[in-house]
Write a protein that binds this ligand. Structure first.
Ligand code: ATP
Length: 677
């Protein structure tokens, strides 16, 4: 708060009201953020800068926030740069007139492409002074790079990068010393890091969101010659967090916030069909008794935990509210009387994967159901035996551009929640009410659409029997959910204590599997010499934006799977670990090859132990000396998680929680925390 009220000297004197925000001003903020690890100071720098944007050029606020969180558009727009190290190196070389060999050598020595760009840029003779970069210009340039397709796309991407790089640091005076202050506020450095997908500022998206709330509340107060109260700041923060969890799209939120003010934002930005929300997630448990302890004195319900792919189905009838129909992505499919889209767990548009589901949608939506958002699991379905098939069958389906006539593995949609109905968000209603509305608004059609099988019994033996039945029905176990009261509301983006999962094999191991990022590999031995035989895996730490290694794994792979993995991973090989990989430096522990962080695998383990060789959860306080990380014992590969991005992997905090839980089954207390931040 002090920073919001203090009369700080204007750090960007060149930027005049109404003028486009200079990219250099953002880079200056980035460099200040990079020099500290203190979250409050980081927040001060960010909110001060955002406040300045609001005051001088509010029209640029959206692009500014997006560049701060290393995104170009909301996740569901599917816009990704997808640029590997080699393209960036090529562009740096061609912009600065240095050979690719020299760039590669620098990268080997420095290990940070951003700094390689700074070094290359500062040794480059400048013939003429290019026009300085602006935030809008950079956003547009990056957008162009991300969206080029077709013939020669790679070449045009390189051209796009070159264009930005050659204008970078137009205003900087003299050479930047890369050994000092992490390379300083160089534009080239941050451009390259953006292209790599990691700004590495320790600037979590959640911090930007909170800074934005602080900035707007301070700006609004300043307009009235006032200073915001602590209560106002807290209220603004809470409003923005809630709004963002229901409508995770700055494209809607920022213009509404600027126009209507932060305190009125909830009236203008609500969950709406067309904008996928981050789903609610469950906490793992190790025993039915743990579930009973948690829900003691409250009613709960058990549902089958289907083993398929999460599917959020959005629908608007054509003659429903016009504004709503417009918010559906242009790629939405016409289904009977309306248009619909299906989104994945991480907000990707799955409509081209499930045209068969969309084609049948009209058969299970009742006539007077005008608009909805459903939370479901799409599960492989045996049309002959009329039952659920294991997940492996679903994996054999093509991922996009599926033609209905080619579908071999049919899917049935199992709906377990309804979040929006007939123009209204219903996330705050109790689960009992939402379930009632779900059953009134849709009809079950065998093999197409079904409600998740549920059981409301509260006794241990009833739950045990239901769990056994779920396993017989090819499910993963049970989801146990609070049924009544405010705690049973749907909590978007939260891993909540109000949803617990019990997996069928909870009695062995640590209760849950982990989703880990593949960072490196070891060449195979014996029969496996032509493929990788073992891999180095890591969890993700959102607070430091690093991948922390957690195990080597060589078990659970068939020969065919190893071959497939080899093919996919070979394309992502890099010369040395990224600076945001945290692994022990001992020579004997290094993998033979390193990869870009791209693939997430589900892995099971017998238990967790501490080891000086790995870094997982090292900052989570499980080892007082902080020398040992947590590692998996006897890890086993289960499957590739296509529906998770690397930064959606199991977090270091979750690993630490699992480690502590196996020591003594303590019940975690307190409110649900955001999973992704
Ligand atoms: P995992 O799927 O590996 O357990 P996760 O992190 O993807 O982990 P969790 O919160 O652990 O998600 O488990 C919830 C997942 O289970 C949902 O994402 C959904 O895909 C699936 N699921 C299956 N049946 C149900 C159900 N009845 N209620 C809620 N989720 C269900």
């Amino acid at each position: 708060q002090a920073a919001l009220t203090s009369k700080t000297k204007d750090p960007y004197p060149d930027w005049k009201p109404g003028e486009p925000v200079p990219y250099a001003a953002l880079c200056k903020t980035f460099s200040l953020v990079e020099l500290t690890t203190k979250r409050l100071i980081i927040m001060e720098h960010c909110s001060l800068f955002l406040r300045q944007v609001l005051r001088l050029t509010p029209g640029d606020l959206l692009s500014t926030v997006l560049l701060m969180i290393n995104k170009l558009a909301p996740d569901y727009a599917g816009i990704e740069l997808g640029i590997g190290e080699s393209l960036i190196m090529k562009a740096i070389g061609e912009t600065t007139g240095r050979s690719l060999a020299v760039i590669k050598q620098d990268q080997k020595e420095i290990g940070d492409l951003g700094l390689v760009a700074v070094k290359s840029r500062s040794t480059q003779p400048t013939m003429f002074k290019p026009k300085a970069l602006t935030i809008q210009g950079v956003h547009k340039g990056l957008m162009n790079i991300a969206t080029v397709t077709g013939n020669g796309a790679q070449g045009r991407k390189v051209d796009g990068i070159k264009k930005l790089l050659s204008a970078a640091d137009a205003n900087s005076s003299g050479k930047v010393d890369i050994t000092k202050d992490k390379g300083g506020p160089s534009e080239a450095k941050y451009l390259v890091r953006f292209l790599e997908g990691k700004l590495r500022l320790g600037l979590a998206e959640r911090t930007v969101l909170v800074s934005l709330a602080h900035a707007i509340v301070a700006h609004e107060a300043a307009e009235k010659d006032q200073v915001p109260s602590t209560a106002d700041i807290e209220k603004a923060e809470a409003i923005l967090k809630t709004v963002y969890s229901e409508l995770p799209s700055y494209d809607f939120i920022i213009p509404a916030m600027v126009e209507h003010g932060i305190m009125n934002l909830r009236e203008h930005c609500k969950l709406r069909p067309g904008v996928p929300l981050k789903p609610m997630l469950a906490k793992p448990t190790k025993a039915i008794t743990e579930v009973l302890d948690r829900f003691e004195g409250q009613t709960f319900t058990c549902e089958y935990k289907y083993d398929g792919e999460r599917a959020q189905i959005h629908y608007v009838a054509k003659d429903a509210d016009e504004e709503l129909s417009q918010s559906l992505p242009s790629a939405s499919t016409e289904v009977g009387r309306g248009v619909a889209s299906i989104f994945s767990r991480n907000s990707e548009d799955l409509s081209r994967k499930y045209p068969d589901v969309l084609a049948k949608l009209a058969t299970w939506v009742k006539e007077d159901t005008r608009s909805f958002v459903l939370d479901c699991e799409s599960v492989a379905w045996d049309v002959v035996e009329k039952k659920v098939l294991p997940f492996q069958q679903l994996m054999t389906r093509k991922k996009k551009d599926v033609k209905i006539e080619d579908v071999l593995i049919k899917v049935c949609v199992f709906a377990f929640d309804l979040l929006y109905l007939n123009g209204e968000s219903i996330v705050e209603k109790s689960l009992r009410e939402r379930r009632e509305l779900l059953r009134q608004s849709f009809q079950q059609v065998e093999g197409e659409f079904s409600y998740a099988t549920s059981m409301d019994g509260q006794e241990l033996d009833e739950i045990q029997t239901f769990l056994d039945e779920s396993v017989k029905a090819s499910c993963e176990g049970l989801m146990v959910k609070m049924l009544d009261g405010t705690e049973s509301g749907y909590e978007p983006s939260k891993r909540s204590r109000n949803w617990l999962k019990i997996k069928k094999d909870y009695l062995s191991g640590i209760g849950d599997s982990l989703d880990l990022v593949v960072l490196g590999a070891y060449y195979g031995k014996g029969k496996r010499t032509s493929v990788y035989g073992a891999f180095l895996l890591a969890c993700y730490s959102p607070s430091t934006d690093t991948y922390e290694t957690v195990c080597n794994i060589g078990t659970g792979f068939s020969e065919a799977v190893l071959e497939e993995l080899h093919k996919a991973l070979s394309e992502t090989v890099i010369d040395r670990p990224k600076p945001f990989y945290s692994h022990s430096s001992g020579g004997q522990h290094q993998p033979d090859v390193w990869f870009e962080p791209r693939f997430v695998w589900e892995v099971k383990t017998a238990d967790l132990t501490l080891s000086p060789r790995y870094k997982a959860g090292i900052k989570e306080g499980v080892d007082p000396a902080s020398e040992k990380g947590i590692s998996l014992r006897f890890p086993r590969f289960i499957k590739v998680r296509d529906d998770k991005k690397p930064d959606e992997a199991t977090t270091s905090r979750q690993v630490a929680e699992m480690y502590r839980k196996q020591e003594s089954v303590t019940k975690s207390k307190g409110p649900a925390v955001d999973d992704d931040f």
